[in-house]
Design a protein around this ligand. Structure first.
Ligand SMILES: Cc1cc2nc3c(=O)[nH]c(=O)nc-3n(C[C@H](O)[C@H](O)[C@H](O)COP(=O)(O)O)c2cc1C
Length: 311
């Protein structure tokens, strides 16, 4: 049994990444019930909504599950207190300094993992006392590192920089890819995109269908001045590209982005006005599947690939 499975008490070293507007209790509970680790995405939930999702998730699974908290969350203090009150046992933090909340959570007996996009930040995680690191490469959906380090380059570098249990993220959606990142030194994978496109994901059907019809090259990392985000080709991305080409300032980009655009795209299905985020790996998948189907495909493909390589 590897360290990731031991740490989180799961059957397979597969974590479903927290994803704004996609990962509510249905998705997280389904992944946990299938032997992985499901995470609720607190980034798109007000505290009262998060509390409800935690309670529903507890009712829907007796397996371990966790909560992802992006640290730039405006109501961060009330969220952290709420996690303690609700007895959440695993927290994945991201988008911020791992030193900010790790001590608070660990003192209360909570297992902490933090997401990084460079080995420099992996070292900070170790100093902060986290239990595990997620190293996320340039291919990933959602927000991303400015340096554009790909998963293939990032994982061996992070493996060298730290001896902590390590999950790879970014561009992993199959059993073959899970095996590949294990060869690079990770012990498991955090998967976002593939789970965002499952039946149990709370993303809008329009968004899922758009993603399932993407080709290679249909996403691009933009908004680097603001917060680097992998966007899908379309009206909003064209507007962002045009603004960036004319050298738009941070303020101009912030104004263009406005408020609530990710909700509009991912949750309400507005493919024109919405901000649409997904990972490069989306172009590999063309049908909506259940979490059970995805998990069993990944595990089967992993075992077959391992056997084929051994042969
Ligand atoms: C739609 C979407 C929303 C995301 N939202 C978050 C988030 O709120 N917090 C976070 O830490 N990561 C977020 N991510 C990143 C995922 O948790 C995960 O690390 C990433 O998707 C892995 O790469 P992949 O997309 O290639 O599987 C998001 C990803 C996607 C696709």
């Amino acid at each position: 049994m590897n360290r990731i499975c031991q740490l989180f008490k799961i059957d397979y070293p597969i974590v479903q990444g927290g994803m704004v507007w996609c990962s509510g209790w249905r998705l997280a509970a389904a992944v946990s019930n299938a032997g992985g680790l499901g995470l609720l995405g607190a980034g798109s939930m007000h505290p009262d909504v998060l509390r409800e999702h935690i309670r529903k998730c507890k009712a829907a699974t007796n397996k371990p599950f966790g909560v992802n908290v992006p640290l730039m969350y405006p109501e961060i203090e009330s969220v952290m207190n709420l996690l303690v009150e609700e007895g959440v046992k695993i927290v994945f933090t991201s988008a911020g300094n791992p030193k900010a909340w790790t001590g608070f959570l660990k003192e209360r007996g909570i297992i902490v993992a933090h997401v990084v996009s460079s080995s420099k930040f992996a070292v900070k995680c170790e100093e902060a006392g986290v239990d595990a690191i997620v190293a996320e490469g340039f291919e990933a959906g959602g927000h991303n590192g400015r340096e554009e380090t790909t998963t293939l380059c990032l994982i061996p570098a992070v493996r060298k920089a730290t001896s902590l249990p390590l999950l790879a993220a970014g561009g992993i959606g199959t059993g073959e890819a899970l095996l590949a990142v294990q060869a690079l030194g990770a012990e498991g994978a955090q998967i976002g995109t593939r789970f965002a496109l499952t039946k149990e994901s709370s993303a809008h059907e329009n968004f899922k269908q758009l993603c399932l019809n993407l080709n290679e090259g249909d996403t691009k990392l933009l908004l680097k001045k603001l917060s680097p985000t992998r966007l899908i080709k379309g009206d909003f991305m064209t507007a962002v590209e045009a603004a960036e080409a004319r050298g738009a300032s941070v303020e101009e980009l912030r104004e263009l982005l406005g408020r609530g655009r990710a909700k509009k795209g991912l949750f309400e299905g507005d493919m024109k006005e919405g901000e649409l985020e997904i990972g490069q790996i989306a172009s590999l998948f063309h049908q909506i599947q259940s979490v059970d189907e995805v998990m069993s495909e990944i595990v089967t493909a992993y075992n077959q690939a391992l056997k084929a390589i051994n042969n």
